[in-house]
Design a protein around this ligand. Structure first.
Ligand code: GLP
Length: 248
């Protein structure tokens, strides 16, 4: 793992945006896995700036999002469809037909999940997968206890995750109880991983991810086995790490 510790969330976001931009410049038809949540927001702002000011070209990329709430329509302001269009896609020149986000309203969720897996494979897999991390060590919506070999499927969200995400809804009851999520195994097949975390409330999850034993209790710990995983964190998220990480 390459552990990059940055001064603050802004520096983390800048570094992450540069890594995504390098991937797209290196391979203009890259398949990029996008993440939602508050963590990647400033990175998306940087990417929009790079597109508008430096002409970073998204026209040939294909995107696959990690997850989506079940039973929230794409038009719902807290759906991940809405999030991605509002915070990134509508500001860049991505081809809408190259965008893939799990369909939380799918009538047959199992069939949809199989289709999503096949679709990723048909593009030759994901070149670069962006990840955040839940306070409980989840990646995408792979909650504690998720099989480390899991594939795209429906997951029940734990109370901690629903409480964490309730800040985006008017109350806890409105937070969906289920989500469609890429599996841990799906994520691990991406050629490169870019995991971001900032703030003191991610320090325990980062400690477990970087220095803890690999276990289904903290699905993010599996990234220790990935050949090309880069973890970009700020000083606060890094504050419980004991190892010396000197990569720049
Ligand atoms: C949600 C998403 C995850 C994200 C996590 C952390 O649960 N499914 O992909 O990493 O939230 O969110 P935040 O970045 O807002 O802390």
């Amino acid at each position: 793992m390459l552990i990059l510790i940055k001064e603050n969330a802004q520096q983390m976001s800048l570094e992450a945006a540069q890594q995504v931009a390098s991937q797209i410049k290196l391979k203009p038809d890259s398949v990029i896995g996008f993440a939602t949540g508050s963590t990647p927001l400033a990175m998306y702002k940087e990417l929009i700036k790079m597109h508008k000011e430096d002409g970073l070209d998204f026209s040939k990329i294909t995107s696959f999002n990690l997850d989506e709430y079940v039973e929230l329509p794409p038009s719902h302001p807290e759906s991940y469809h809405y999030f991605m269009w509002e915070n990134l896609f509508k500001h860049i020149n991505i081809n809408p037909s190259n965008v893939h986000i799990p369909m939380g309203m799918a009538g047959n969720i199992d069939a949809f999940c199989d289709w999503y897996e096949e679709k990723i494979k048909s593009y030759g897999g994901i070149d670069l997968q962006i990840l955040g991390i839940g306070g409980n060590g989840h990646i995408a919506f792979n909650e504690p206890g998720s099989s480390l070999g899991s594939r795209t499927r429906i997951k029940t969200l734990g109370l901690k995750t629903r409480l964490d995400n309730s800040r985006f809804f008017s109350n806890l009851d409105e937070v969906p109880k289920y989500a469609i999520t890429m599996g841990v195994g799906t994520i691990m097949e991406a050629k490169k991983l870019l995991l971001l975390a900032n703030g003191i409330n991610k320090a325990d999850a980062i400690k477990a991810t970087v220095e803890g034993p690999i276990m289904a209790k903290y699905p993010a710990t599996i990234v220790q086995l990935h050949r090309y995983a880069t973890i970009i964190i700020d000083n606060e998220a890094a504050s419980k790490l004991e190892g010396e990480y000197i990569d720049k």
